[in-house]
Ligand binder design. Sequence first.
Ligand SMILES: Nc1nc2c(ncn2[C@@H]2O[C@H](COP(=O)(O)OP(=O)(O)OP(=O)(O)O)[C@@H](O)[C@H]2O)c(=O)[nH]1
Length: 214
Amino acid sequence: MMELFYLITSAIACLMAIAFAMRATRVERRAKKLSAELEAANVLLREQARIDELTGLANLREFEERLGYAWSDHARTGHALSLVKIDLDRFEWFNEHHGRAAGDKALHAVAQAMRGVVERPTDLLARCGGDKMVALLPNTDTEGAEFVAEAMAEEVRKLRLPHDECAYGVLTVSVGVASVSPEAETGKDTLLEAVETALQQAKTAGRDRVYAAS
Ligand SMILES: Nc1nc2c(ncn2[C@@H]2O[C@H](COP(=O)(O)OP(=O)(O)OP(=O)(O)O)[C@@H](O)[C@H]2O)c(=O)[nH]1
């Protein structure tokens, strides 16, 4: 009788231990799943914090960080470094005549068209606010940057987005280019100012053109 009692008690203890172990495994599996989901959400959040929602390009924050790294590399190695700054021509008119939603679509289309031109893994195309975008081109001299800039302007023309106030009735862009050569002893703010000045010169000279800082 006693033996039977011990047998039953041991069997119950065994079953309880198995049930407990199974539950612990389930809890552990669930905790792992939740932790993986949390990590994925964090990665997504970090990516979103660096991307401009409308165009899908990098945002200004990401551009500034990458420019900092590229500048350090330039200072250390003396490699050339270029910036290309793009501004849509008469975009206020585009918004007024086609509507803000069409303007948003145009901005997105222009960004995608230009993205195809900026090819190297170390290059970065970012939206720097409103209808302005900027390309960071490490290890690229003025000649190379001008080539990229002309290709960008051509890709935008090829979109053939109707615009009565631009050349040939299609939306165009003005583009500024500025570079630092190996021997230059300037700061990155000087480069940023130079590319903005070149862009304004492209605007003043009649828009739909590339202007390189001398
Ligand atoms: N649809 C849309 N428009 C925007 C956005 N951000 C800025 N804009 C518009 O872009 C226009 C920028 O105008 P400006 O760059 O000052 O001038 P512009 O008409 O483009 O003329 P130029 O640059 O001198 O050729 C303004 O009308 C802004 O409202 C946006 O996210 N979506």
